[in-house]
Every structure is written in C-alpha cells, then in structure tokens.
Design a protein around this ligand. Structure first.
Ligand code: GRG
Length: 312
C-alpha cells in the first residue's frame, strides 16, 4: 500500500504500475468473458451480424471504460456482479462508435485494434448494422437486468447516465462538432468542448456507473465525476500525442491520420510540448479529486498514470 500524504505530487510515480496493469488485465478478462457470452456465435441465417459484432468487440481493446466501472464499484465495496452488465453495455457502445467512426463517411480508417476495420472485412452495409446492433444490444442487456437484484432506481439512473453520455449531449454531439471542424482551425476551448463530449462523457459515465451501482453517496459520486472528466480529457490529449508521434505497430492503427485529414488536435493547436504539459496537469487534476479516498484509490490513481504512459 502507498503511504498517505495530502500532497498530490507525492502520489505521482509512487503507485506500483505493475499492480495496476495486473488488475486492468484481471478486470479485462472478466469483461471479455461476459462479452463473449452476451454476443455468442450463432448458426442462424443472419449469423454474419454475430460474426461482425464479435470481430470488433472481441478484438482486444484496452477495456478502459468497463475497467473503470468495475474498479469504481469496488472502491465503494459494491457487488461487482451488479456492475458487470453496465460495464459490458458501455464497451458495446464504445465499440459501435469506433466502427461507425472508421466508416468512409466519417474517418475512413483501415485499421483498428490491430485489425482491418469492420467495413473493410464485412462491407459498409454490415458495418453500419454492426454498430447499430451493438448499441441496441447494450440497451437490451441493461433493460434485461432492471428487475434483478438491487434498487430499480439506481439502475434506471445508471441507464440514464449512459444513454445521455452516448447521445446528442455527449458522444454524438461531440462527433458532430468534430465532423464540422474538419479543415478549420479549432481553438483550445472548442477542442475541450468537443472532446469532453465525444470521448469524455462516456468515460465519466463509466466511472459514475460504478459508483451508483455500489450505492455511493452524492458527494462521492461528484468526486468520481471530477476524476473521470479530467481522466477523459487527459486520455484525449494522450490520444492526440500518440496519433502524432506513436508507433503504428503498438497503436494498432495508422499514425499521422489526424494531420493528413487536416484535423485540429491538442498537438496541432498547442504544439507537442504544450500538449504534453497539459496532459501532465490534467492527469494530476484527475488524481487530486481522489484525495479523500486515501489509499483505497490506489488503483484509480495507477490507472490515471497508466493512461499517461500508455503507448496504445
Ligand atoms: C460515430 C457516434 C460516433 C462517435 C464516434 C469515440 C468516437 C466518437 C470516435 C473515436 C475516434 C477516436 C480515435 C477518438 C479518440 C479517443 C478514443 C475514443 C480512442 C479510442 O478509444 P480506446 O483507446 O480504444 O479506449 P480501445 O480500442 O482500446 O477500446
């Protein structure tokens, strides 16, 4: 366990990242097992859609969002079984967004998660339907557990968080701003607006889902919301840095795409050094929100640091 200290800078670099990585893997394995069961292979005339869903869903993403849900649930001593369906639903929504984002009508990418993109393998029609099917499945799963186990109120609240974060006030809204910004100079404020919706809101919903399923109080939910919103911003800044100077082999997708498409990113807007500085500040701010949880927050602190140093 790490020693307690109120100063944030004390925490940075003191969490054993190997422990963090081990736990990310463990949570990730649980998620993979459930995803595999939620979307099985099927010997039906429409088996292609199952195949296409599994192709992208089980392609080995980092599972950061569902891991956050489970980890926050555990921080508040929740029952992990109650959080798993929501964690899986979130990963399905995230995967649908990646499939649609890769389509020729959007980012037109050939590689994702170290594989050819969904439309490159199954064709654009099936890829559109695969995204739709994953989004639908996510809600089917959440609705199917409404009557099981603990409080209906809490579950409905989690569903609302997830639906709102994925919709026009969240991911889709941010994606629209992104599409409309192509080829234009975008200032830092607009970048923040866009990314807090496009990437940030689902990351916040993932963490908040963990807190609500565990029955956390409002003040604690607020702290988790603040942690995750800075974490989401840091995640995006890191993504922009990796898109510029990452290694394609490690990233599993092409590098330099954003610049070629004339997209404004934290790197093109601020420059690489300033983007790195902002990444550091934002990561520290995220960790700061966890201060009152003391050593119980060790994994979430490690996760923020893990994302700061990630190479994919
Ligand atoms: C099409 C409705 C719609 C939305 C698309 C999230 C998104 C909105 C597009 C993804 C484009 C992109 C590369 C965004 C940058 C941040 C991001 C979400 C990266 C991918 O998430 P990771 O790194 O991916 O968690 P893995 O594969 O590890 O799950």
């Amino acid at each position: 366990m790490v020693k307690l200290e109120s100063s944030l800078s004390y925490w940075m670099g003191r969490v054993d990242l190997n422990n963090t990585i081990d736990l990310v893997k463990k949570y990730g394995e649980v998620i993979n097992q459930y995803l595999n069961e939620y979307v099985p292979e099927a010997a039906v005339p429409e088996k292609k859609i199952y195949e296409a869903m599994r192709y992208s869903l089980l392609a080995g993403g980092k599972r950061i969002r569902p891991v956050l849900t489970l980890a926050v649930n555990q921080l508040f001593d929740g029952d992990m079984d109650e959080a798993i369906p929501f964690a899986c639903a979130i990963e399905m929504i995230h995967t649908y967004s990646l499939i649609h984002d890769d389509l020729p009508a959007m980012d037109n990418d050939d590689y994702r998660r170290r594989r050819l993109t969904n439309h490159k393998v199954f064709g654009e029609g099936i890829a559109v339907l695969t995204g739709d099917a994953l989004l639908n499945k996510a809600f089917e799963i959440m609705i199917s557990i409404l009557r099981d186990g603990y409080s209906l109120d809490r579950k409905v609240r989690v569903m609302y968080e997830i639906a709102n974060a994925s919709g026009i006030e969240g991911m889709i809204g941010g994606q629209v701003v992104d599409l409309e910004s192509e080829g234009k100079f975008v200032d830092q404020e607009t970048l923040r607006y866009m990314h807090s919706r496009k990437t940030g809101r689902l990351i916040v919903a993932s963490a908040v889902a963990g807190a609500i399923t565990a029955g956390a109080g409002e003040e604690d939910i607020g702290k988790i919301r603040s942690y995750a919103s800075n974490l989401g911003l840091a995640f995006q800044i890191k993504d922009d840095i990796l898109s510029e100077i990452g290694e394609q082999e490690k990233l599993g997708k092409r590098v330099g795409n954003d610049r070629e498409k004339n997209k404004s990113t934290y790197v093109t807007t601020l420059g690489l050094d300033e983007a790195k500085r902002l990444l550091d500040i934002t990561t520290r701010s995220s960790i700061e929100s966890l201060e009152s949880f003391k050593e119980r927050a060790e994994f979430l602190i490690g996760l923020a640091e893990f994302l700061l140093h990630r190479e994919n």
